[in-house]
Structure formats: C-alpha cells, structure tokens
Design a protein. Structure first.
Length: 126
C-alpha cells in the first residue's frame, strides 16, 4: 500500500510535540512507563531524554525530528502493519520512519518484551 503525496506532506509537517502526549497516554494506559517509552525512542533515534525535551519545546516537525536522528541500524527489522500501512512497503523514507516509531510504541503498549521491541539479535544461548 503506497501513501499519497498529501499524506507524506502531512506527516512531515506534523510536530513531534503534538504526538508525544498521545504516545505517553497510550503506554501508561497499558501499564508501561515513560522511561520505557524514552528507551524505545532513544533506540530508534539516538535521542536521549534531554534531547527529546529540547525537541518537544522547539516544536520540531517530524521532518526535522528524523533529519537529525541517528536511526538505529536495525530499524529496517521493524515490520508489520500500522495505521493500515505495511511498514516495509512504505516508499517515502520519512513516512516509513514515523511509522517505525508508531509501531514501536504500539508494541510497547501491547506488552511486548523490551528485547523484542529493540530488535536485539538472539544469542547462541537463547
């Protein structure tokens, strides 16, 4: 399923600060913590808690949010469907990155184990 140009532009212009409270509400409602949310965001983007606060206060768009991020090398392992889109088939890189984040937040809220969310490779003992 491909996204439309309008959809991609809307994603780019949306501010991270407008979506972040929804992420918090979603994970807390499912008995997960803001610290776990921050861990997931840091894994994907490289942003620590202080940088996140700065980006929220600056009201950066998702475009700027992901331009400055250092995407985790295993981000491409994030697959599945989110908001009706199969993540691995999204052609626009920014829209795909936003959906990576949405998917990770969903997995956290749905009780998935952190090592699975963070796409940690299996060791010989596991």
């Amino acid at each position: 399923m491909t996204t439309t140009k309008e959809h991609d532009e809307r994603m780019a212009k949306m501010t991270f600060s407008s979506v972040y409270p929804h992420y918090v509400t979603k994970v807390e409602r499912k008995n997960r913590t803001v610290n776990e949310l921050h861990q997931v965001i840091e894994w994907l983007t490289g942003y620590d808690e202080n940088k996140l606060k700065e980006l929220i206060n600056e009201k950066v768009t998702f475009e700027k949010f992901f331009q400055e991020a250092k995407l985790h090398p295993n981000a491409g392992l994030i697959t599945g469907v989110i908001c009706g889109y199969r993540i691995e088939n999204i052609e626009n890189p920014l829209t795909q990155q936003v959906r990576y984040l949405d998917k990770l937040v969903d997995e956290l809220a749905n009780g998935r184990k952190m090592e699975k969310i963070l796409r940690k490779p299996k060791t010989a003992n596991s």
